[in-house]
Design a protein around this ligand. Structure first.
Ligand SMILES: Cc1ncc(COP(=O)(O)O)c(C=O)c1O
Length: 296
């Protein structure tokens, strides 16, 4: 496709330079809204239905009524990809609370806005990250607890993650791992976390303040199909630092090995065997039509 990128806003595809929302939208004023980050691989929108189900779950908790059906959103995502001639893409699907006044009251907001942005994007932590692994720190910022701004809701409020990311940037490393309010391992700034111990996978449960990631669920399914045992349970900091392998999962990051935490080598300080096997399997399965919704 030549010409300007087209962005979907409330039923219309508009050129990027004209794609705007009001300064009185509560998505901007208060981070009041929900979103999804989705990928399209070789013309198949990976786990699109799962992403849309999560979007509706997030919206339900904040009493945000999405002004479209799930089917209509699926069609709008496909339409946006087609209009931009994209078969490989990162898709950002956003529902804002809509235009209100300067008070918090969401009832004053007339109508939520639905925005879809699709563009090309390399794996978020970089192509070489998956081959060489990344270095991270453990952030001093704790994950928002499940009894507060829980990350079970994928909301437009990402300051908790941004504070951790700023700490990582300041420490000159790639990302930050956050502990939950109790001090157990939670997740990275925008990715879930797995450790490998004695040939088994362990990942923190939802009660540790994580976003229940769609890539996380897929990796658990892949591991089980490869006869690798998977456990969801709390992980202590010492367990994390002494594990055989650590890796992160997310739509943006895909699967990224972690080779150093707080200056301490994980395993041999290179991507581990099980992590590499899972990356291989993930690459094989992610483009299969059965794993998503094909563009037709
Ligand atoms: C805080 C957080 N955790 C985990 C993830 C990974 O979730 P998923 O695999 O659904 O992309 C994300 C993705 O954006 C995230 O923002």
């Amino acid at each position: 496709m030549s010409g300007e990128q087209l962005i979907y806003i409330d039923g219309e595809l508009v050129p990027k330079s004209e794609a705007k929302i009001s300064v009185l939208d509560h998505g901007l004023l208060y981070g009041d809204g929900v979103f999804e980050g989705i990928r399209c691989y070789n013309g198949v929108v990976f786990k699109l239905k799962e992403h849309i189900d999560r979007l509706y779950r997030s919206a339900k908790v904040i009493k945000l009524e999405i002004p479209m059906t799930k089917e209509e959103i699926i069609r709008a995502v496909i339409e946006t990809l087609k209009a931009n001639g994209l078969k490989e893409a990162y898709i950002r699907l956003i529902v804002t609370r809509g235009i209100g006044d300067l008070g918090l009251d969401p009832r004053k907001c007339s109508r939520p806005s639905v925005i879809i942005i699709a563009e090309r994007l390399e794996p978020i932590l970089g192509k070489i990250a998956r081959e060489k692994g990344v270095k991270v720190i453990v952030s001093s910022v704790r994950r928002d607890p499940v009894y507060a701004t829980s990350h079970e809701v994928k909301s437009l409020n990402y300051l908790n993650s941004i504070l951790a990311k700023l700490e990582a940037i300041n420490a000159n490393v790639d990302d930050a791992i956050m502990l939950d309010s109790r001090g157990y391992v939670s997740e990275a700034s925008a990715a879930n976390l797995f450790i490998v111990k004695d040939q088994s996978l362990i990942t923190p449960p939802v009660t540790a303040g994580i976003l229940p990631g769609i890539t996380r669920a897929f990796v658990m399914e892949l591991a089980r199909s490869m006869n690798i045992p998977v456990f969801e349970r709390d992980i202590t900091l010492v367990e994390l630092l002494t594990s055989d392998e650590v890796f992160l999962t997310g739509t943006g990051a895909e699967i990224v090995p972690v080779v150093m935490i707080n200056g301490i080598k994980i395993g041999d300080g290179v991507p581990g065997k099980i992590t590499k096997l899972l990356i291989e399997e993930f690459d094989k399965r992610k483009t299969q039509p059965s794993e998503g919704v094909p563009i037709i």
